[in-house]
Design a protein around this ligand. Structure first.
Ligand code: NDP
Length: 323
């Protein structure tokens, strides 16, 4: 049994691990089998993380966070959590390989998942012209005309990045003003490969084996039109990844995990939540990292309230595992 298990390997998870490890809690961090490092692994330049005046590549930032967490004794496991038992003083975490790990405290920082348009052809053509990640797939769209859906920072970032490869990028947005920050908007407006399609929603994606076009619906007039494209990037936000804790932790009306006040305390004693999974509003790497700190400090404090024999049992197992 461990003192603490951290689920998730984005900025929240690794920052929680850095704090927990420095408090000598020997955290086990479950990093996921395919999405280790979280959303920043799909980002290029991160220009707004303090301490990097020239910017830093997202994957490099995550590697540095992991190194920092491991330096103080965090153990990282690359597997997916398949189920959780969060009630009672001992929490159980089961992984894809069938192993079960126990801990006195759990920090849940699973981030969020790409939102989908909800069209039937979106799934069918996923990987055949429909993508959610420009940095992963942009290279396949060299000299093509493509489209990005969305009006937030993600859509602007994806569209701007994709102009490195594509001949033209249509940004399709359901309103006539963008939600994106001014600096990202200005960058997109200044890029002559980007063309905006305002007040339009994607009503259908066409193509037998690969995307060849879109059916668009004007959100003001209802008129339909078509647009020939060779690829579609969906950048319409994210939803918190909470499926593992449904029925065990309270959620907010926005679908994030409910926490008490400014703390990371969930509705279950000994379970703490941090990062995008609790934050419907700010969702920045730096705010996620900060909430990871809060979770580690809350967990550390919680552990001090537990009976000494339980803590001794956890420490003994950690020592045994280390030898
Ligand atoms: P946002 O929620 O900010 O924006 C989502 C966009 O997609 C909105 O314009 C929204 O439209 C649109 N949208 C949502 N659902 C649909 C739908 N079903 N059909 C069509 N359009 C839809 O998400 P982002 O991923 O852009 O950003 C999330 C957070 O991450 C933000 O805080 C952002 O600042 C941050 N971020 C920061 C970056 C940076 O600083 N480098 C880069 C990327 C993200 P509407 O406006 O009408 O609601």
């Amino acid at each position: 049994m461990r003192q603490i298990i951290i689920i998730g390997s984005g900025p929240a998870g690794y920052t929680a691990a850095i704090y927990a490890a420095r408090a000598n809690l020997k955290p086990l961090l479950i990093a996921s089998s395919v999405e280790a490092g979280g959303e920043l692994m799909n980002t290029t330049d991160v220009e707004n993380f303090p301490g990097f005046p020239e910017g830093i590549q997202g994957p490099e930032l995550m590697t540095k966070m992991q190194e920092q967490a491991e330096r103080f004794g965090t153990e990282v496991v690359y597997d997916d959590v398949t189920s959780l038992e969060l009630t009672g003083p001992t929490k159980k975490v089961t992984l894809g390989d069938g192993s079960t790990h126990e801990a006195l405290a759990v920090i849940f920082s699973t981030g969020s998942a790409y939102r989908k348009l909800g069209l039937s052809d979106e799934e069918r053509l996923s990987g055949h012209g429909v993508s959610w990640c420009a940095t992963c797939d942009g290279f396949f769209f060299k000299n093509k005309t493509i489209a990005v859906v969305g009006g937030g920072d993600s859509a602007m970032e994806e569209a701007t990045f994709l102009t490195r490869f594509a001949e033209k990028v249509h940004v399709i947005h359901r309103k006539d003003t963008l939600r994106a920050s001014k600096i990202m908007q200005d960058r997109a407006f200044a890029n002559d490969k980007i063309e905006f399609v305002w007040n339009a929603e994607v009503a259908g994606i066409t193509g037998a084996d690969a995307v060849d076009g879109l059916r668009l619906r004007d959100t003001v007039t209802g008129d339909e039109s078509t647009l020939d494209i060779g690829g579609l990037f969906v950048a319409i936000g994210n939803d918190p990844r909470t499926h593992l804790v449904h029925g065990q932790l309270d959620l907010t009306p926005e679908g994030t995990i409910a926490v008490a006040g400014r703390s990371s305390k969930t509705s279950q004693a000994g379970v703490f939540a941090a990062g995008d999974v609790v934050d419907p509003t700010y969702r920045q790497a730096v705010t996620a990292a900060a909430s990871g700190t809060v979770a580690a400090l809350d967990a550390e404090h919680y552990l001090t309230t537990l009976p000494k024999d339980l803590l001794a049992k956890a420490s003994e197992s950690e020592l045994a595992a280390a030898n």
